[in-house]
Design a protein around this ligand. Structure first.
Ligand code: NI
Ligand code: MN
Length: 228
């Protein structure tokens, strides 16, 4: 599969013939100021939590994709159902097999309030797998030993998307340990360099992974990463 980085924590990929967008924060991203969501196609939008830097463009994308279905937690799905956008409300530890693969909603240590201060439930991450690929999208999270449960309960991971920017989430030093916990050697970093607080030293971050026998990819906005 190929996965496209749209900045911050937003990724776009096709799986099982379905177009999927994760955590759309495109029009408001200061590192990606010119981007538009008009014409962006999506069958599913996956949301790890309700913060504005993860949900900003949900309604704009849904306006162009009337059949789009959200995948998130109960509170976030309920919030968007009241706006006429349908979705699947997983909760922590639960999984469901969609027409593109199985999705499990797993723990994240963070918070989850909408920009209008309405409650967004508890934050999470996703493990996604089908016959071709298995990967983990951590969402915003601290390092947590709960990550050790992922290789015990899900197929072996081909890659994982972990936050590495520090301040709001774990930094790359903790993400190296997270990669050990999830038994994964190919990590795509996210949630870095978007704002001043989360600018990181790319070489130091990559070296921290290399010395543990792992690879850290720090994509530029619009990079397409080929897996396998
Ligand atoms: Ni957040
Ligand atoms: Mn965030």
């Amino acid at each position: 599969m190929k996965i496209k980085y749209l900045g911050h924590s937003c990724f776009q990929f096709e799986l099982g013939g379905k177009k999927i967008i994760v955590d759309p924060f495109i029009t408001g991203n200061p590192a990606n100021p010119d981007d538009k969501v008009d014409g962006m196609e999506a069958d599913y939008i996956m949301l790890t939590h309700a913060h504005g830097d993860h949900v900003l463009d949900v309604e704009a994308i849904a306006a162009h994709n009337p059949d789009v279905e959200l995948i998130s937690n109960f509170e976030i799905i309920t919030h968007y159902k009241s706006k006429g956008i349908e979705g699947h409300s997983l909760n922590h530890g639960g999984k469901f097999t969609f027409d593109f693969g199985t999705v499990k909603y797993v723990n994240a240590i963070h918070s989850s309030t909408f920009p209008d201060n309405s409650p967004g439930g508890n934050p999470g991450g996703f493990v996604i797998w089908n016959d071709e690929v298995s990967f983990y999208i951590a969402g915003d999270t601290a390092l947590t030993t709960d990550m050790k449960l992922i290789p015990m309960t899900c197929p072996p991971l081909d890659f994982a998307i972990l936050p590495v920017g520090d301040y709001f989430t774990m930094g790359y030093e903790d993400a190296v340990i997270a990669a050990d916990f999830i038994r994964c050697d190919m990590i795509i970093g996210c949630h870095f360099d978007t704002f001043g607080f989360i600018e990181i030293d790319h070489e130091k971050a990559k070296d921290a992974f290399k010395t543990r026998g792992k690879e850290l990819i720090l994509p530029n906005v619009h990079d397409v990463i080929a897996i396998k």
